[in-house]
Write a protein that binds this ligand. Sequence first.
Ligand code: URA
Length: 433
Amino acid sequence: MRMVDLIEKKRDGEPLSKQEIHFIIQGYVQGDIPDYQMSSWAMAVYFQGMSIEETAELTSTMAKSGEQLDLSTLGGRFVDKHSTGGVGDKTTLLLGPMVAACGVPVAKMSGRGLGHTGGTIDKLSSIPGFRVELSQEEFLEQVKKIGIAVIAQTGNLVPADKKLYALRDVTGTVSSIPLIASSVMSKKIAAGAQGIVLDVKYGSGAFMKTIEDARRLATTMVDIGKALGRQTIAVLSNMNEPLGRAVGNSLEILEVADALQGKGPDDLIKVCLELGAWMLVAGDSVPDVDTGKKCLLQSLESGAAWDKFLNFIAAQGGDDQAVVDRRLQVAPWSLPILAADSGYVQSIDAHKIGILAMTLGAGRVTKDSPIDLGTGVLLVKKTGEWIEAGEPLLQLYGRDKESLAEGLLLAQDLVPIGSETPEQLPLIEEVIQ
Ligand code: URA
């Protein structure tokens, strides 16, 4: 087989066989296929697409390209959750303890943030002492003991994706649905998931800007899951506005602590109940979503989920009392943005808030940029809420005077205010399974 023939085949819109897909992925991981041929192939896929059979084969070949976790020792069906990324998206940290309190184990590998989107691992790093790296034995032992562990992705899981994603990033081939779907699903499968719940976000702060693109991506991932014998459920959720009121690492941990103690915010709780209930259904712990939601609500009301969160922090070496006492890092510079007029908040653009938080120090411009865990933005008011002129609309937390001044410029006129209550899109659009 020659790579050039396979590039031409895909360029001309012909499907690739299993053997051809294996040849490409194995050859690329082993270094036999150079970057220039692989990027040409990725561009051919970008324009010609792939069938579900091809995409499923690509997913399973990539999943097998490195280490694979065996979670059978945890007993029962292991369910993983994945979000396509957003602004203020702290769902894993809230629903993890809720789901674990309802008896379904949560053994999660998460990522760091990049660009305007935040990452769960950065958020957890804002808790003093918290270890985001555990050995595989420690990871599994903790899940067996307390039902939940969340760690940074290990180095040798799906090396094919690591290499291909880095190449796609610099060759204009990231936004191809078969390539995104196989990238996400291969990591979930290699991490041992038998059931997969996907939070596919759409809107200004999401990877997929339109509901139609999000639906196409979600359907492709659900179909891959079916083809590979993994129950997969995708929830399409709105990311036009940040989730909750806090954007920034330690700010988000404090919001999770509030939410676990019954203090909202409503949008975050709603998304967590939906995703968490599907995790319980996929984990065979409840017969339907409504029963799942009741169990999750009960875990909040009884304090079981809050206790689980504190146990989880302590088990990973974190200072749980610092979270209880709200003694996390706070940025040295803070400033409110005041409303110029009275009226209803019309919209809060998630992408712009993500860029603002990144400018203040909460996010990475490139994957090696430093971040300041105490920085970010609090949305004092959210879409549809009334504000009086002169009241704070946003609160900025910056790493230094310069970033605060830059943030101040970005925050001017970021939030429109009007006399009418704005029309709002549903938070959860649909569930695909
Ligand atoms: N996230 C991933 O994990 N992979 C992609 O290709 C895009 C987003």
